[in-house]
Design a binder for this molecule. Structure first.
Ligand code: AGP
Length: 642
């Protein structure tokens, strides 16, 4: 998830774009860059790291030539980057290509006269890159975006060669041609040095809004970028191209037919706008989960149905030699590893252990060259997990990372990495990172099964297509959360909440308990449902809330019936049962004091849905208790000490 800004008007663009990027930095901060059209030239600057690095590189130029120039100079100063009145800017959350200067946006055409910035994932970039390289294009970055810069320049050249009149319309026509060749999720902004006073944008499966001002217009990933200048905005629809000049906004579809955006007035303040109107980043990130899951699936299947890992310094033979898998992680990441265990063992028949990273190396685990250690980490900097992977490497095991932060330490020290494309997760309590870790774990399980010949490409594709149905199912779950919010207000005074589940529902129970502990500072504990009768059931008091995660009755039948029995056991002892079950499962209804249905889903994939009500429950209970939901006490987003 990146931040993008565009401006055209009568004022110097650079300052406005930089201010917009500052407001969008929460969307990604691996690098930042700008491209400003200045007097038939394109002036660009980009730097890895936070926006401050870019501003430092721009120096006084960012104030324009009027301030930086020697007033005694005889001739007027050359137009500096701070003088141009049309430009674009980008703050990056790296997906393809590490957070470096050369991978920073904007990306340029070979002649440096066309600049593009991008938010999203070009799913067919490998094929486009191969085509362009065959035409002699030399790429200077590792990103999927750079190919769009070259395609756009080529489209502009073709249109000019065909005698099309130069100007803003030409830029829009070229953008439409390029968009028709792209697959995946993208928001694109572009400028051409030869077409002053115009910025063109395009979107598919990724946000883009227009800001409407007097004699000036804005484009941005979200309204927080321009809210201080205007509150009149236009929301763009799917597969649309928008051309802005100082005094016009033109919207078409990708074929060029006129289209309409949705006008709206922004009634948020700037701070609320960064959260897209949500009270907390956590709520925003819960809502982003359908897109995060979809983005993590994007570009993962080759044309032959092979799972494509991001960076792999492991051969297929290395993976075929694996005879044991250890998953090491902490907290929520550990819970995603517990779910992965069921999937990996079911699909590959390789033994898979899940270990708390902080315990792993102290128990002298038996590791060798045939062991695959999977290190799961949202931040990529968790010291416990990093030390566990270093120990694994010392024992000659091979390490594969699942990580949400491109270029962080854990993937850098691993032999292979599958990045989750969840975008920055600002709230300390992990939500979309968890769901995207699950998706990554499923993909790795499928990849191992395929490489080892236990699953054919069509079998892998069948599971992937079930995964591709999950974003819509997640949206249905999110649309039905009002009863959970009411339940949360009801439970906010409870002194404990217990969570039970079996099979993949057990890690979900643990995750639900962790969310409640870390957000509501309430005693909460997760149990394997079958374990209750061995002691924990003594905790049940009259009215004790017990959240019961029920597996699909269509899955392993015995699992479902046993959990229903467990629900009866706790209810018989006075518990208030909060049941999470699959739509149509009527067997649980008589024993549920509160019943939350989720769409029907294959057994192993169910945690993608059953976790979401527990996230919302914990968040709303914390809010009802007046806690700082995004930054709970005693915690940090990334624990870089052992
Ligand atoms: C979960 O909500 C917590 N924020 C915490 O348990 C977290 O999952 C754990 O610290 C691991 O962090 P990582 O994924 O960045 O390695």
């Amino acid at each position: 998830m990146c931040g993008i800004v565009g401006y055209v008007g009568a004022r110097p663009a650079l300052g406005i774009v930089l201010d917009g990027l500052r407001r969008l930095e929460y969307r990604g901060y691996d690098s930042a860059g700008v491209a400003i059209v200045c007097d038939d030239e394109l002036r660009t600057e980009k730097r890895a790291g936070k926006l401050a690095n870019l501003e430092k590189a721009l120096g006084d130029e960012r104030f324009g030539s009027t301030r930086a120039v020697d007033q005694a100079a005889a001739s007027p100063p050359a137009i500096g980057i701070g003088d141009g009145t049309a430009g674009i800017g980008h703050t990056r959350w790296a997906t393809h290509g590490g957070p470096t200067d050369r991978n920073a946006h904007p990306h340029l055409s070979r002649d440096g006269r066309v600049a593009i910035i991008h938010n999203g994932i070009i799913e067919n970039f490998a094929k486009l890159v191969a085509e362009l390289e065959a035409d002699g294009v030399e790429f200077v970055s590792d990103t999927d975006t750079e190919c769009v810069a070259h395609l756009l320049a080529a489209a502009l050249a073709d249109l000019r060669d065909a005698g099309e009149p130069d100007g803003p319309q030409l830029l829009a026509a070229a953008m439409r041609r390029v968009c028709q060749r792209l697959e995946g999720a993208f928001t694109l902004l572009a400028v051409d040095a030869g077409i002053p006073g115009a910025v063109v944008g395009a979107r598919r499966n990724s946000p883009l809004v227009v800001g409407r001002g007097p004699g000036e217009h804005y484009l941005a990933s979200d309204v927080s970028a321009f809210i201080e200048h205007t509150r009149d905005a236009v929301e763009l629809g799917q597969d649309q191209v928008v051309l802005i000049t100082a005094d016009s906004i033109e919207i078409t579809d990708f074929s060029g037919a006129p289209a309409l955006g949705r006008d709206f007035h922004i009634d948020w303040d700037a701070s609320a706008a960064e959260k897209s109107g949500y009270d907390y980043f956590m709520l925003k990130e819960i809502a982003e989960q359908p897109q995060a899951v979809a983005d993590t699936l994007l570009g993962r299947l080759t044309e032959s149905g092979e799972i494509m890992l991001d960076e792999v310094r492991l051969t297929d033979q290395d993976l075929r030699d694996v005879d044991k898998v250890f998953i090491v992680a902490c907290g929520t990441a550990y819970h995603s590893g517990m779910v992965a265990k069921y999937a990996i063992e079911h699909w590959t028949r390789i033994p898979c252990e899940v270990e708390l990273a902080s315990e792993f190396r102290y128990r002298d685990p038996v590791l060798d060259r045939s062991t695959l250690v999977v290190a799961i980490s949202q931040s990529g900097e968790t010291m416990d997990t990093l030390m566990a992977l270093r120990h694994a490497k010392e024992q000659k095991a091979r390490v594969l990372a699942i990580c949400n932060t491109n270029g962080s330490t854990i993937p850098r020290e691993s032999d292979a990495v599958l990045y989750t494309h969840g975008g920055p997760e600002i709230a300390v309590a992990s939500t979309k990172a968890f769901l995207t870790q699950l998706v990554a774990c499923y993909l790795i399980g499928l990849h191992l099964a395929q490489v080892r010949g236990i699953k054919y490409a069509d079998e892998v594709a069948a599971v992937v297509s079930q995964l591709q149905e999950m974003p819509d199912k997640l949206r249905r779950v999110l649309d039905a959360m009002e009863p959970v919010r009411e339940l949360a207000r009801d439970l906010s005074t409870a002194n404990q909440v217990l969570f039970i589940g079996r099979h993949v529902g057990y890690p979900v129970a643990l995750e639900g308990a962790l969310k409640l502990k870390e957000l509501a500072y309430m005693h909460a504990e997760g149990f394997a449902a079958g374990e209750l009768k061995h002691g924990p059931i003594a905790l049940i008091d009259l009215g004790t809330p017990v959240v019961c995660v029920v597996p699909s009755p269509a899955g392993r039948g015995m699992l479902h019936d046993k959990v229903v029995s467990n629900i009866q056991e706790v209810r018989a002892r006075g518990a208030r049962t909060v049941v999470i079950a699959e739509e149509g499962d009527l067997a649980v209804a008589p024993y549920a004091d509160d019943l939350i249905y989720v769409p029907r889903t294959p057994t192993l994939l169910a945690p993608l849905l059953t976790t979401v009500p527990l996230q919302v429950l914990a968040c709303e209970i914390a809010a009802a208790r007046g806690h700082d939901v995004d930054q709970p006490r005693n915690l940090a987003k990334s624990v870089t000490v052992e």
